[in-house]
Design a protein around this ligand. Sequence first.
Ligand code: CU
Length: 218
Amino acid sequence: MKSPNTAAWLIAAILCPLAAQAATVQVTVLGRDGKPLADAVVIVEPASGAKPASPTPVSAVINQQKMQFVPGTSVLPVGSKVTFTNLDTWEHHVRGMPAGLASLNPGTQPGFELRLDGKAEGKDPASAEVTLAKAGAMQLGCHLHGSMRGFIFVADSPWTLLTDANGVATLQGVPEGAAKVSVVHADQLLEGPPVTVNITPVTALSLPTQVQPRRRRP
Ligand SMILES: [Cu+2]
């Protein structure tokens, strides 16, 4: 026979995960060659469905410089504004399109298209601002220069971070318990299947991927 105390204990046991301590999660992403993978987007989603407040929008700059988007990959909170600035002396047509899985669901992320004149000597460079209204992955390209590729991951969770030069992303305040960890990289836009991990107060894990970056940082 269950006593009232047992019932109370059961309720406490069920509620307990909701009050779990926040953990620090350090993820090291490795490329196909086993080396640390920089500029990979790491996304941690608690299995409980716990959703933190969206991070505060920021103002960011992505330059077109020497036929490249600089930075090549950005993680930006939803609602952020990006100023595209053309530092080259020739014209660029910047196009933003939903990428990866988002591209399979058209309508989720509006695209954009900009034309930016080349920089004339003694004049300010041409620039234009875009607001990132919805979360998801976006690919950047230029109509005039097919080799120009860029990537923006618009995040609605603070548990979405870019790996540094050592392939490491450190996420703070993640609830303990089961969580899905996914990795997206500009050179492999279709996400691999997420890995399920059990988050403890200090969690460090290594995630191998099949990504072979087109160029490594020097
Ligand atoms: Cu261009």
